[in-house]
Design a protein around this ligand. Structure first.
Ligand SMILES: [Zn+2]
Length: 354
């Protein structure tokens, strides 16, 4: 079992003009923490490469990709910086970083898909899960995890995506809406940016059983997340039986994160990842958000420890939740609603979590 770590200096070249939460210092903080740990000796470096146009065309429109290349690419008439949406900046180093973020995610996902039981982490930026088929959004230019999922699918793999970034992965949901051969599960603060992600999605995006949105109340902590992993995430994954699980690993649900209002700590992220490894050892984490530098670095290290150990014992290491908290009751009710919505029957749960 090998744990791959895909990262590169190129991801530091995507720089904002002024202050912005999605900044190179995020990766610098993670790297510094890694260098002060024993983890670098336990992972295998996997260099990224730019995603090809064919790989990106699976998840983005040709018109959008051409527009990006024209405005940001090496031949851009005004080699400059600017904004693709009110939140999403670009600069001279953005285009190559974005291509390599998608390409790194693809390389990692394919490497793991073709392995026996390898796992890994793509420490890339800019992030991707808000990027839609035909537009940039929310700090994201190219949807890295969607491109990775589509690459595995193109080689015959069955892919599940679990998104525990505090924001709903609206771009990923949109890109795969109506496509029942990819399972998408997002647990996120709700209501919150970007406004999507309600339990019941109407119209084209409503794929009962394969688009599973878990809208959690502000303030949710480890107890609430463990409940929905036990009742919803694990049963949905077990029923779908993916060949590989890709994770939109954002760490902005951390209690110290400045952008959101959740209450997770490092051990909660470790527990979530250990739970997923127990379902499918072939697991690839792809970095999304996380804006408190110390909390981000500590959380990435905690999840990497689980990946390098790849042991179920981590899953049992967290204390059972205290009963009867009001927020926990609300989430318990949500879990019951979602079980009914996605036909996750109690019998199935008993079988799959045994
Ligand atoms: Zn986020």
């Amino acid at each position: 079992m090998t744990t791959y770590l895909c990262t590169d200096d190129i991801f530091l070249q995507h720089r904002p003009q002024g202050e912005h939460p999605e900044r190179p210092e995020r990766l610098v903080a993670i790297r510094r923490a890694l260098q002060g740990s024993d983890l670098l000796a336990r992972v295998q470096a996997l260099p990224p490469r730019p995603a090809t146009r064919d790989e990106l065309r699976r998840v983005h429109s040709e018109a959008y990709l051409s527009d990006l290349e024209r405005r940001l690419g090496p031949g851009a008439a005004t080699a400059a910086s600017g904004w693709l949406d009110p939140d999403t900046y670009y600069g001279p180093g953005t285009y190559q970083a974005a291509l390599c973020a998608a390409g790194g995610a693809i390389e990692l996902a394919l490497r793991i898909f073709h392995s026996e039981s390898d796992n890994g982490f793509a420490l890339v930026r800019p992030p991707g899960h808000h990027a839609c088929r035909d537009r940039a959004m929310g700090f994201c230019l190219l949807n890295n995890i969607a491109a990775a999922a589509a690459a595995v699918r193109a080689e015959g793999g069955r892919v599940a995506i679990v998104d525990f970034d505090v924001h709903h992965g609206n771009g990923t949901e949109q890109i795969f809406s109506g496509q029942r051969d990819i399972l998408f599960i997002s647990a996120h603060q709700y209501p919150f940016y970007p406004g999507t992600g309600a339990a019941v999605v109407t119209g084209e995006a409503m794929n009962a059983g394969t688009t599973v949105n878990i809208p959690l109340p502000q303030g949710s902590a480890g107890e609430e997340y463990r409940l929905i992993f036990d009742k919803i995430v694990v049963p949905a994954l077990s029923r779908f039986a993916p060949d590989v699980i890709l994770v939109s690993a954002g760490f902005d649900a951390h209690a110290r994160d400045p952008l959101a209002g959740m209450s997770l700590v490092e051990a909660d992220y470790a527990h979530m990842v250990a739970t997923l490894v127990a379902v499918q050892p072939r697991l690839a984490l792809i970095l999304e958000g996380g804006y408190h530098l110390d909390a981000l670095a500590a959380s990435v290290l905690a999840t990497l420890r689980v990946l390098t150990a790849a042991s179920r014992s981590h899953a049992a290491a967290v204390d059972p939740p205290p009963a009867g908290l009001p927020l926990l009751e609300e989430v318990r009710h949500l879990a019951t609603t979602l079980q009914s919505l996605h036909h996750l029957t109690p019998a199935e749960q008993t079988r799959t979590t045994a």
